[in-house]
Design a protein. Structure first.
Length: 375
């Protein structure tokens, strides 16, 4: 039931991948759209580190239900949006808090059920449910908007959150909360200096920025080259990522995290240059497929790298920090790359994102710590 809840929660979010099209009807600039979309990730950033540690102390279930309750309360107010002003920014900010808390908690609940010696592969499989939602969400969202308009989209998102809430409500926690027996300050399995923590944060932050430049602007880019639908991009992306995670998700368990991370970075970086030269639907779909291959490799390796670094006893904290760094990139990257797009256009934006990602990854591979697997 936890995996079903995870997928429903993701579906509620992926429906909003076409939200930029809703905002564009108000003649909002790309940088304004980037701000509205990015504030969602920024608010998740501010809440995840605190709630991540609470997951290890107070329990995953109660925290996840609290986050989903906030989403249930906020989503109905999307029906009252009439411009790209203050209201959508406020609602996206509140949604970001609810999403940041609930997503981290539900992911941790699912990972608690994973075999210890196959952590990366298990994390990849957990991510498959989310990828199915990434494929279906935009397709379903487009169809809902065609039939019922954006009010139908907002209502459908609410229904998926309610479904996720009910699934987690009936899920039994595998790990008992540690009230009163855990210090809020964790004991780490790897001595981290401030500099090394900065190095650790760089790759997920920049990866988040790259993902933000794609997720938040790929629909507008498709429209700019006269494509009628964006769904095929996300279907191809998810299909490739699912295939990669199922077949190769455990490679970093066998060969090491960094050895798998670098090929994934190269694949994603090169694909950003390919996206910049997309001119038709088949190239658009192929770009989604290539991006999915890279994402399918990088997520299991990078998330378990963080768990190795902080230790399994601090898994809630490790995952929350990983997602915080990623969302930091998503939030700031949406604004930054939206500004670049306003100034230089979509192709230059995508190529800039790919170049930055590649060069930051070189520094990460050379200087970031290389912890032992946390078995």
């Amino acid at each position: 039931m936890a995996l079903v809840g995870w997928q429903c929660l993701f579906m509620s979010i992926t429906l909003f991948f076409i939200f930029p099209l809703f905002l564009e009807q108000f003649h909002a600039s790309k940088s304004r759209i980037g701000l509205i979309m990015g504030i969602h990730s920024i608010m998740a950033i501010l809440t995840r580190p605190f709630f991540g540690r609470l997951l290890d102390i107070k329990g995953r279930k109660r925290i996840s239900l609290a986050g989903m309750t906030l989403l249930i309360l906020v989503l109905p107010f999307y029906h009252f949006i009439q411009d790209a002003g203050t209201l959508p920014i406020l609602l996206r900010a509140l949604s970001g808090i609810g999403w940041g808390v609930s997503m981290t908690a539900v992911m941790t609940i699912c990972s608690d059920m994973a075999p210890v010696h196959r952590l990366a592969r298990s994390m990849g499989i957990i991510g498959v449910a989310g990828l199915v939602a990434v494929a279906l969400g935009p397709l379903l969202g487009e169809e809902i908007v065609r039939r019922f308009g954006y009010h139908g989209l907002f209502s459908a998102s609410l229904m998926f959150v309610v479904c996720a809430f009910l699934c987690i409500l009936v899920t039994r926690e595998v790990i008992t909360p540690n009230d009163g027996r855990f210090s809020f300050k964790p004991k780490l399995s790897h001595n981290l200096t401030f500099i090394s923590l900065i190095l650790v944060a760089t790759l997920p932050v920049v990866h988040g920025g790259v993902r933000g430049s794609v997720i938040n602007f790929i629909a507008l880019f498709g429209k700019s080259i006269q494509l009628d639908r964006v769904g095929p991009f996300f279907v191809a992306f998810s299909a490739a990522a699912i295939m990669t995670r199922v077949l190769f998700g455990g490679l970093s368990d066998k060969y090491g995290r960094k050895i798998i991370l670098f090929p994934a970075v190269i694949l994603i970086s090169l694909n950003m240059f390919f996206i910049a030269h997309v001119q038709n639907l088949w190239m658009y779909t192929l770009a989604g497929f290539i991006g999915g291959l890279g994402q399918g490799l990088i997520f299991p390796a990078l998330s378990t790298y963080m768990i190795d670094l902080f230790g399994r006893k601090n898994k809630g904290l490790a995952l929350s920090l990983y997602l915080t760094f990623f969302d930091m990139g998503m939030g700031t990257g949406s604004v930054f790359f939206g500004w670049i797009s306003d100034v230089r256009g979509f192709p230059f934006m995508f190529m800039s994102a790919g170049s930055i990602f590649f060069f930051i990854s070189l520094i990460f591979m050379a200087k970031a710590p290389n912890p032992q697997k946390s078995f």
